[in-house]
Design a protein around this ligand. Structure first.
Ligand SMILES: C[S@@+](CC[C@H](N)C(=O)[O-])C[C@H]1O[C@@H](n2cnc3c(N)ncnc32)[C@H](O)[C@@H]1O
Length: 159
């Protein structure tokens, strides 16, 4: 833990269970080698879908961008206040895109380059090699994009 960070006791039991539906293959073996966000990289990554779910890819042809949800399996889950290494100030977990959260679910909008069987090649991921895959959804620019959205603390930091 870094100075000023605060952890809480985790609940005694889980409320739900989920399936890992594949693994994500990326060039990065260590967290510190990953891009900080998906727009920082042009590296092609491969989503290896469990063949059981292959039929669920039907209709993805013609989809240019997908929402990829993945499970940050190396992240701790108990921090409520965090001081990420690349930001100077401490903030609440829900004000951050840090992988450290009660349910370490990550999301990225990735460009879909091709689908070969149960392998999807994409650009726009920021996780370590072998990260478990939770879900894939088409990205709808018409409803998912909010061009005038802003994050106050981040805007101030850029000035
Ligand atoms: C800031 S998070 C953003 C994740 C996602 N784009 C989001 O916004 O939900 C990305 C960082 O998580 C860390 N990371 C990558 N893969 C991880 C994993 N499997 N477990 C824990 N941390 C991971 C790396 O330090 C990477 O730079």
């Amino acid at each position: 833990m870094r100075e000023g960070e605060v952890a809480v006791e985790l609940p005694a039991r889980f409320d739900a269970s989920l399936y890992f539906i594949g693994r994500i293959r990326t060039p990065w073996k260590r967290r510190e080698d990953c891009p900080k966000n998906p727009r920082e990289t042009d590296a092609a990554c491969v989503i290896e879908l469990d063949p059981r779910w292959r039929a669920a890819l039907e209709g993805l042809e013609g989809v240019t961008h997908i929402l990829v949800l993945y499970w940050m399996h190396e992240a701790r889950r108990d921090l409520v206040l965090q001081a990420p290494r690349h930001y100077s100030e401490r903030r609440g977990t829900f004000a951050l895109r840090s992988p450290v959260r009660p349910n370490p679910i990550a999301v990225s909008v990735a460009r879909l380059l091709r689908v070969d069987g149960d392998r999807l090649t994409v650009v726009g991921l920021d996780c370590i090699d072998g990260t478990p895959l939770l879900d894939i959804k088409p990205y709808f620019a018409s409803t998912d994009s909010v061009p005038d959205a802003s994050v106050g603390w981040h805007e101030k930091q850029k000035r």
